[in-house]
Ligand binder design. Structure first.
Ligand code: NAD
Ligand code: UGA
Length: 459
């Protein structure tokens, strides 16, 4: 029987982007059949199970509502390519670790393999959408690969970058600030991008769906991440100055954030930004600028990453100097390991740098996190002197210090009197997110160190 769906949409790559974005499209558009494929069969099996491979508030409910109705997770990539008319590509584009551009450029091997596979399996015209974050001008390479076969069918390459943030992915997908769709400015290109706009128009207000030329769209994604990360590095740079001058970084952030030209978001000073994308996308931008001979522009953006490294280092050095210049033999609890709250993702988490530095100082480490312990164990595989404990009270017991790495709500509501009573004295707390009530902690007896604030130390 021929299926009754009006469109067959495919997404190649079932990760943090592919899974949630397609779940939202399927949820909002019951008239479309949406399939997600991946070379990682275990990941597909997890998407088909009750234990999804991605922790994201609200995701389980939406997948539960549409899986088997119009959302499918599959491993037969060739067949699914053949059957689809619209193909999103959401494979990973990590920083290259080998050869030219190692440590800076985007590694496009997964993306390129996908393009070749689409070309071989297509059989009929397709709209191919860059959902993953790629260097500007990648669409040109994609078009060349797709059309390099004699007698090949026609392909339209569209750029539709994803702006969701982890932890709020479902909200970001349901109520996006904007959806950006770029194409070639030809009649065919514009027709193809309208077709993609029609998908989003099922739930996104029309004025929030914006269209542009394809290069602007590709570049906007890198620039959006660079601007967001730049704000964090700016406020983190200020936090270092606050610590020297008795200014309070949260008071400064509030004062400047009320200027409507600046806005109040993304001004939380922290132990540093993490996540799979900010660093990789900025380095990618830096590499692009250098490859066009724009060295001053490249240096400017590279400084955003340098300040982030400096901030993580400063955090560890503050711990060291506060605790009498030695951590050897001490026991330290890390509260949180995920790169931000409400996700189990630990990619580029500042907690990894802090954990490794603490162990290098020969301290014993206990890591607690409500969602990220599985990833933490994998990240720190082979590193000795670390235990993992889901219960923060047990994690802190017998410790000399707590370092709060992730702003999980759970950590603000704990009974810190009970925790203090169970710790070694003097007890230290290093709040890498400025979320704890520092006055209260100081009254309890802790020596309190926050980001960008004068330390509160019992003499
Ligand atoms: P991810 O690593 O979680 O998922 C990528 C998936 O692609 C993996 O499961 C991998 O097995 C699969 N894959 C790789 N090559 C494949 C191939 N040839 N065929 C089929 N599957 C293949 O990555 P992610 O976090 O979802 O990010 C994907 C892209 O989206 C990246 O470019 C990233 O920069 C961008 N992005 C990510 C986020 C985020 O919050 N994670 C947000 C916006 C944009
Ligand atoms: C970020 C962007 O916000 C998304 O728009 C983008 O789609 C995504 O990258 C991507 O391309 O992957 P994400 O990394 O998931 O999303 O999360 P953010 O909320 O941006 O946080 C990134 C890091 O910055 C986290 O470690 C967070 O704790 C930190 N941060 C954020 C701060 O230290 N201070 C702040 O004020 C805000």
């Amino acid at each position: 029987m021929k299926n009754a769906f009006v469109k067959n949409i495919l997404c190649i790559g079932a990760g943090y982007v592919g899974g949630p974005t397609m779940a939202m499209i399927a949820y909002k558009c019951p008239q479309y059949k949406v399939t997600v494929v991946d070379i990682n069969h275990e990941r597909i099996a997890q998407w088909n199970s009750d234990l999804l491979p991605v922790y994201e508030p609200g995701l389980g409910e939406i997948v539960g509502a549409v899986r088997g109705r119009n959302l499918f997770f599959d491993t037969d990539i060739d067949r699914c390519i053949k059957e689809a008319s619209i193909i999103f590509v959401a494979v990973n584009t990590p920083t290259k670790v080998f050869g030219a551009g190692a440590g800076m450029a985007a590694d496009l091997q997964y993306w390129e393999k996908t393009a070749r596979q689409i070309r071989e399996a297509a059989g009929s015209p397709k709209i191919v959408i860059e959902k993953c974050t790629i260097p500007v001008k990648t669409a040109l390479a994609m078009e060349r690969i797709l059309t390099s076969k004699e007698g090949s069918v026609s392909f339209d390459v569209i750029s539709n970058p994803e702006f969701l943030a982890e932890g709020t992915a479902m909200r970001d997908l349901e109520f996006p600030d904007r959806v950006l769709i770029g194409s070639r400015e030809t009649a065919q290109g514009i027709r193809a991008r309208r077709e993609i706009a029609d998908i989003y128009a099922n739930w996104v207000p029309k004025e929030r769906i914006i269209e542009s030329n394809i290069w602007s769209s590709e570049l906007s994604k890198l620039v959006a991440n660079a601007f967001l990360a730049q704000r964090i590095s700016s406020i983190n740079a200020v936090s270092a100055l606050c610590e020297k001058t008795d200014a309070d970084v949260q008071e400064v952030a509030r004062a400047i954030g009320l200027d409507s030209r600046l806005g109040s978001k993304f001004l939380n000073a922290s132990v540093g930004f993490g996540g799979s994308c900010f660093k990789k996308d900025i380095l990618n931008l830096v590499y692009l600028c250098r490859s066009y001979g724009l060295n001053e522009v490249a240096d400017y953006w590279e400084s955003v990453v340098k300040i982030n490294e400096y901030q993580k280092d400063r955090f560890v050095l503050t711990m060291l100097s506060a605790m009498f210049n030695t951590l050897a033999g001490k026991k330290i609890a890390l509260f949180g390991f995920a790169f931000k709250a409400d996700t189990g993702d630990t990619r580029e988490t500042p907690a990894l740098y802090v954990a490794k530095s603490i162990v290098e100082e020969r301290a014993e480490l206990v890591i607690t996190d409500p969602q990220a312990l599985r990833n933490a164990m994998a990240d720190l595989d082979g590193v000795d002197n670390i235990t993992y404990e889901i219960d923060p009270y047990k994690a802190a017991a017998g410790c000399d210090a707590i370092a709060l790495m992730t702003e999980w709500k759970l950590y603000t509501g704990l009974d810190y009197e009970r925790i203090y009573a169970s710790m070694m004295k003097p007890a230290f707390i290093f709040d890498g997110r400025n979320v704890l009530d520092r006055k209260r902690l100081f009254e309890i007896g802790f020596n309190v160190f926050s980001i960008g604030k004068t330390p509160m130390v019992h003499v």
